[in-house]
Design a protein around this ligand. Sequence first.
Ligand SMILES: Cc1ncc(COP(=O)(O)O)c(C=O)c1O
Length: 397
Amino acid sequence: MKSSLDGFAESPAVQLRARPGMIELGFGQPDPALLPSRAIKIAADGLLGGAQAADALSYGYERGPRDLVDAIADRIAETERRPSSSELLVTGGNSQALDELLTHLASPGDSILVEAPTYNFALAIMRSHCLRPVGVPNDEEGMQIERLEEAFGKLCKENRAPSLLYVIPTFHNPTGASLSRSRRHELVSFASARGLTIIEDDAYRELSYRDPAPESLWSIDPDRVVRLGTVSKSLAPGLRVGWMTANERLTRTLELAGLRQSGGGVNHFAAMVVAKVIRSGLYAATVDQLRAEYKARRNALVAGLAATLDGTSYQVPLGGYFVWLELPSTVDASMLLSQAEAEGVSFVPGRSFFPSPTGNTNYLRLAFTYYEPTMLKDGAERLVRIIRNLHPTRRTS
Ligand SMILES: Cc1ncc(COP(=O)(O)O)c(C=O)c1O
């Protein structure tokens, strides 16, 4: 008989490991070969070998260690207004921060406005809080503001007026798109007029491949917008360190809540390490290297998709991790997946990124960070061949 500990005994160290023989274009994760272990080792050695060793191994200050708060404020100040220390809070990354925020800002049964599509695991976190995510369609310029007005009006009529809106305006997961400048301002004005708090998930801001990243919603209205940043994409996800910029009332509420009173600042040791990595200059160097590497990888994936089908469309992302493919409406991405995996290439079918469980079967998400360019091009070409074989009469090139 299987005991409840059997699964634990077999459990691996990491969430995902590539299957032999499979090009895993579904993995929205960094290439293990690009993880900056040297920079992190230097920082951790320096910390444990120096005067701060005991501080690093104690319960941390509830808001996060001052060294990191200051280092993040300085990094933000390179491109935006410098947040004051009362506007900054260290978190355990954007997933933890979203969960912590929802604990304080939402109640079971509440509606929450989200983009459709949006980050699938943000939907999972909302569902863990028994919230009802309500989708507002995106296009190539991000959330459509007229559709937001419609969705909000409908919820108000049904006595389900939301107080929260979750959005990924910069290098979106899964679409790769960014909210246009005019829509950024319209969105913030709309939220302000309706009393909505915006949760801005800014996970991909550092990974811009052409222009500087667009202005954050937080920089437009720091009182109304809670912006979540993370080192998962710019350093290493295993560190579980991020931050939020928000108004002082909210950061204070979180600081004084039981979680931080009991455990101190979140992921304190890793937060101290990250502070050292930033101060050493190795954070900026790592981000520069990742930008150059991921840009080449994006280009390779897009080159592999070039000979795609009539009726298939995608936008070349200017930052982030992903390309979002819309297939002809007759193609079901879940069915395509089994065929693709049989031929050694995998992806994430798009349906899980929509809050509504029905429809939207003809989308898929491809990530371009996990493999070197030649593998990405090969994987994309294989996928295109499989799609073409499904629709032999519709090839365009
Ligand atoms: C939009 C978005 N938010 C949050 C996360 C997770 O962030 P973290 O690792 O900081 O929890 C991801 C990771 O894929 C993401 O794409």
